[in-house]
Ligand binder design. Sequence first.
Ligand SMILES: Nc1ncnc2c1ncn2[C@@H]1O[C@H](COP(=O)(O)OP(=O)(O)OP(=O)(O)O)[C@@H](O)[C@H]1O
Length: 339
Amino acid sequence: MTVIATESLSKRFPRVTALDRLSLDIGPGVTGLVGSNGAGKSTLIKILLGLSPATEGRAAVLGLDVATEGAAIRERVGYMPEHDCLPPDVSATEFVVHMARMSGLPPTAARERTADTLRHVGLYEERYRPIGGYSTGMKQRVKLAQALVHDPRLVLLDEPTNGLDPVGRDEMLGLIRRVHTDFGISVLVTSHLLGELERTCDHVVVIDGGSLLRSSSTSDFTSVTTTLAVEVTDSDDHPDGTGALRKALTEAGITLLGHDGLDAEGLPGAGHILLVEATGEETYDLVRDSVAGLGLGLVRMEQRRHRIAEVFRAGEAHQAAPAATAGVGQQKGSGHHEH
Ligand SMILES: Nc1ncnc2c1ncn2[C@@H]1O[C@H](COP(=O)(O)OP(=O)(O)OP(=O)(O)O)[C@@H](O)[C@H]1O
């Protein structure tokens, strides 16, 4: 079943092409929409809600045409906008009840649904306090609650982790995941942080400059590579164990792919993890024997998985050097970009 479908969708402003012939087919579940600032994420969401007309192409949400059935879409779809848009003087309860009434719920149902959704987002205790006194994380939760209150079939969440610290971000991602697992609501969530979508989403769509870079299941993005991550201890004989192993492996004819520089995305140990290209079972044996021969301790030897960030960086490289026509699919053979 298709939840969101776009066909050659373009949006041109006088100076900028925000979306450029974007074709997507998104099914149920939690889908991440990734792109750097200005990639066209918010523009796509506004078109999907029927709030902004496309310049060209077509789009349907839950089978409804965005050009002609915007009101019906907004009845069935919840929207969490990116920017702060909450009235400071009213409480979360008053605001969310108001939004529920705007969506057409009768007064009693609006109050009940408000209590339920505020409890779901973890704002039950503070629900009668004015929003103006809330932290950023609490405000993001109010915005999420109002998107859920009319029991939509799909929610569009625009940068819900913006402005949150790492703990707040994790909590928000957990809530988003539960929107789907607990209520069966499909989710489209935008972010410019890939690591967080890797953990939260079933499917990831990467756009850049308004065009599609890649759309695949998260497990495809993170498929096993032929790269081994190897970490060793130092010893009295080899105070730089990593350096000694690097030398030994190079002499043994093994290709080293450099240091793992991805710790910013959550991998431990910058600098002292060697990335080794595995050509077969013999690579494991060679690494083991070299480590033993040097008298070092083997801390880890594991097959790496792709990180979505690598695909994204390939896209950035493409943007920086358009003449190279280096689409994601053409990165094959470049070491750890390999699929
Ligand atoms: N109303 C508008 N008029 C002119 N240009 C616009 C308008 N809205 C968006 N743009 C431009 O379209 C491009 C895409 O913007 P969009 O807001 O969709 O990006 P985004 O991926 O959501 O980024 P961000 O995370 O920064 O919001 C940007 O270059 C932006 O400047």
